[in-house]
Design a protein around this ligand. Structure first.
Ligand SMILES: [Zn+2]
Length: 435
């Protein structure tokens, strides 16, 4: 089919084109050009006219916790006064240790729909629910396949809940990865929690299993000062110096958060090619700080954006990345909208190791969104990235396609009974909250 929007954004590093469209065949973009030329070249193709819309790549959320939605608005028993107490007195006992499969099932279905509705077509989920294994990732896989997103799933193995559960967590990842078709939309990554919940031996085991399976390994790293200080006290070196000594610092490592980094940490991340996922909004939530993202980008680090399961509307996540970097550096010139959009699309796909995802060039996956192009001020080639990043939200997304299939049309998630899904999530949240 031909998709003929008012404006086409192929990628953040190419000029926006007014009156251009693209051709989609099966799951891929097969031509890009002026609408007239496309209609002349393919007169028999179905046409979707969207002259009041901007067509751009779908978002890539490089870090989400689907179950996180169940904690939205929860009454925290013991308000945390630091990062360690956030985990030890709230997040672990009140959320992660209580989660079971029906809760995760409901949250997965709801958040997949919520992400689709806000233009997200690809995500990486990290599930930490020590008492919900085995086979909880297979439950997630079925739901993600039904919703039709491109999903990378993982179970965050941790030794904090005991050696057996830790090993079961690694096995959960291995089994999911082995169960995924190479050409399917769902795949898996290896994942463990942090240096303060996993031993060096366990971390090496995780990386070893991932290497055998040919996948990346993910961990949370230095989300606040806590882990940096813990590594210094326990191992006499910084977190990434420790990782370097373990022999796991390399391009197979996807490190999320990376908020509080020493000079040595930044150098190791850049020199070893470690990939980074940046969560501007949730870093604020836990009092972690503001990550040195513009510095990491200047050093050539492969980087994507994530919601952390906190605020999943990717337009809000982009605004967080855009504004917080400027405030941190006291410089309105850092982190322009083009950079932010790159991180939200192609940059994120690269951070997750995905090929041909995140651009709308010929041969790339047809993962796209149509966004309302009617602004109160003129839309031009020079301001379109700012207009999108600063003044659009999920409410402006009308249509979303993943791998050549429409998943949202005219603002409605297809084949989804949102009222029923909301009621079910509500019920599961009540069960979690009453624990
Ligand atoms: Zn996280």
């Amino acid at each position: 089919m031909l998709i003929l929007p008012g404006w086409l954004i192929v990628a953040s590093d190419t000029p926006p084109r007014q009156g251009w469209g693209l051709r989609v065949t099966a799951s891929r973009v097969t031509d890009v050009g002026p609408a007239d030329a496309l209609i002349a070249a393919y007169p028999d193709e179905d046409q979707m006219n969207a002259s009041e819309s901007i067509c751009l790549p779908g978002f890539v959320n490089t870090h989400v916790h689907l179950y996180g939605v169940l904690a939205h608005g929860i009454d925290v028993h013991q308000p945390p006064d630091g990062f360690a107490s956030f985990l030890e007195e709230y997040w672990w006992p009140q959320i992660e240790d209580v989660l079971d499969q029906p809760m995760i099932e409901a949250a997965t279905d709801w958040v997949c729909s919520e992400m689709l509705r806000s233009g997200t077509t690809t995500f990486f989920d990290i599930l930490e629910a020590p008492h919900a294994i085995p086979d909880v990732l297979l439950v997630e896989k079925q739901i993600v396949e039904k919703r039709g997103l491109r999903g990378l799933l993982s179970f965050e193995a941790t030794e904090r809940a005991g050696a057996q559960i830790a090993q079961d967590g690694l096995r959960e990842n291995v089994e999911l990865i082995s169960a995924c078709d190479t050409d399917g939309l769902v795949s898996g990554l290896m994942s463990y929690h942090t240096t303060f919940t996993c031993s060096g031996e366990f971390i090496r085991q995780a990386f070893g299993l991932a290497a055998d399976l040919g996948v990346l390994t993910h961990a949370h790293a230095n989300e606040s000062h806590f882990e940096a200080e813990w590594c210094q006290t326990t191992y006499g070196r910084s977190t990434f110096e420790y990782y370097d000594d373990l022999g796991v610092a390399g391009p197979e490592f996807l490190a999320s958060q990376c908020v509080q980094l020493s000079e040595a940490d930044r150098t190791i991340i850049a020199d070893r090619g470690i990939r980074v996922s940046h969560m501007p909004l949730s870093n604020c939530e836990v009092g972690g700080g503001i990550a040195p993202i513009s510095e990491l980008l200047d050093a050539g680090v492969t980087l994507g954006l994530g919601s952390d399961g906190y605020i999943n509307d990717f337009y809000e996540v982009m605004r967080g990345a855009f504004l917080l970097a400027k405030a941190r550096r006291l410089d309105p010139g850092v982190m322009p909208a083009t950079t932010v959009l790159n991180l939200a699309t192609e940059g994120g796909a690269r951070a997750l190791g995905l090929a041909k995802v995140g651009r709308l060039d010929i041969g790339w996956s047809a993962d796209l969104q149509l966004v309302d192009a009617t602004f109160p001020t003129p839309l031009t080639e020079h301001n379109i990235f700012d207009q999108l990043v600063l003044w659009r939200s999920h409410r402006d997304v009308s249509d979303v396609m993943v791998a050549g299939r429409w998943r949202v049309r005219r603002g409605e998630v297809l084949d989804a009974d949102l009222d029923q899904m909301r009621a079910r999530t509500h019920e599961e949240a009540n069960r979690l909250w009453s624990h």
